[in-house]
Each structure stands twice: as structure tokens, then as C-alpha cells.
Design a protein around this ligand. Structure first.
Ligand code: S3P
Length: 181
């Protein structure tokens, strides 16, 4: 994890489904007052349909194109935003590069059992609607770990901490990062 050049002042949350990005994003938004951009919500709003339907009707690749488009727009859209991403955004090399250029990238980590517990409460995540979601989470997480690692400036273990505690820690290191890029 390293950083080249001076980043724009955005705070970007990456991590697997159910790692707490939305909760921490809201905490950071209320503490900093920066605009909160929840990428999944922006995409759903623009498309006028939930992500499950985007996957069903146009396939995952189409959804990934919408993610990349939104990241490109955010690059042209100025500073001081909290950007909460979807868990698979790091799958494309272009996205990983854009994320690092956008600002300070924080990887929220959670263990498989916690992810399963959180994501099994609803059917909003098309990739986990399978016979064996625990196995799917495990293999997908292993595949994605190097990409999270490569993209993040900060890795945060979320175990035992609530959204407020996580937000405080993130803000402290972000302050240091932005004053010593
Ligand atoms: C996905 C994660 C989801 C959403 C889509 C695909 C993934 O976002 O973008 O269902 O590939 O991990 P969350 O991480 O907010 O659940």
C-alpha cells in the first residue's frame, strides 16, 4: 500500500459486502459534513431499478460498466466526498487506479461469519443468492483480497468496533494522510 502524487480530498470506503461500508460512510458523513456518495444507491437511482434487477436484466458486466462510468465522473467532480463503493468495484484494474487517484482509500475488513450473518438478512445481493453462500463468500473474498490490498491506503479490522469508533479512527489517519501526502 503506497501512494504517488497528491490525492484529492475524498474518503473512499472499499471492502466486501457486509463489511460495514454504508454504516461507516454515514458516520463519516455526519462527522465531516462531506457529501456521501453511495455508489450502489446512485446507480440504482439512475437506473430506476434495484441492483438485483440490473444483474437479472442486463448481466453483471453491465453493472460493472456503470460502476466504472460513475468513478470516471467522480474524478471530474471535485473534492470532499465520502464515497462508499460496492464490494466488487476493485475487480477492474481501471477502477483500482481511479479509486487511488480519487483520494484516501480505506479497506474495511470483516471475517466470513460476520459477512454471512449481515448479508443473509436480505436478498439484495445477487452474487450471494446461491445454494451455499458461505462457500461463495469464502472464494470471492480470497480472490478479491489482493485487489483490496493493492487499492487501499489503510486496512481496518472492523471486529468489535461500532460505526462511530471506526469513523473516529479513520478520520485520524485520514487527517495525517492529507497533511503528509
Ligand atoms: C457486489 C456488492 C454489492 C453490489 C453488487 C455487487 C459485489 O455492494 O455492488 O451486489 O460484487 O461484491 P455492497 O458491497 O454494498 O453489498
Amino acid at each position: 500500500m503506497n501512494f504517488e502524487g497528491t490525492p484529492p480530498k475524498n474518503l473512499i470506503l472499499i471492502g466486501f459486502m457486509g463489511s460495514g461500508k454504508s454504516t461507516v460512510g454515514r458516520e463519516l458523513h455526519s462527522r465531516l459534513g462531506y457529501e456521501l456518495v453511495d455508489m450502489d444507491s446512485v446507480i440504482e437511482h439512475r437506473e430506476g431499478r434495484p441492483i438485483t434487477r440490473i444483474f437479472e436484466e442486463n448481466g453483471e458486466e453491465h453493472f460493472r460498466n456503470l460502476e466504472t462510468e460513475l468513478l470516471r465522473e467522480l474524478m471530474a467532480d471535485g473534492h470532499r466526498k465520502i464515497i462508499s463503493t460496492g464490494g466488487g468495484v476493485i475487480g477492474r484494474e481501471e477502477n483500482r487506479e481511479l479509486l487511488r487517484k480519487l483520494g484516501y482509500v480505506v479497506w474495511l475488513q470483516a471475517p466470513v461469519d460476520v459477512i454471512y450473518e449481515r448479508t443473509s438478512r436480505n436478498r439484495e445481493r445477487p452474487l450471494l443468492q446461491t445454494e451455499n453462500p458461505v462457500e461463495k463468500i469464502t472464494t470471492l473474498l480470497e480472490k478479491r483480497k489482493p485487489w483490496y490490498e493493492e487499492t487501499a491506503h489503510l486496512k481496518v479490522d472492523t471486529a468489535g468496533l461500532d460505526g462511530g469508533e471506526l469513523a473516529m479512527g479513520i478520520l485520524e489517519s485520514a487527517r495525517y494522510f492529507f497533511s503528509n501526502p
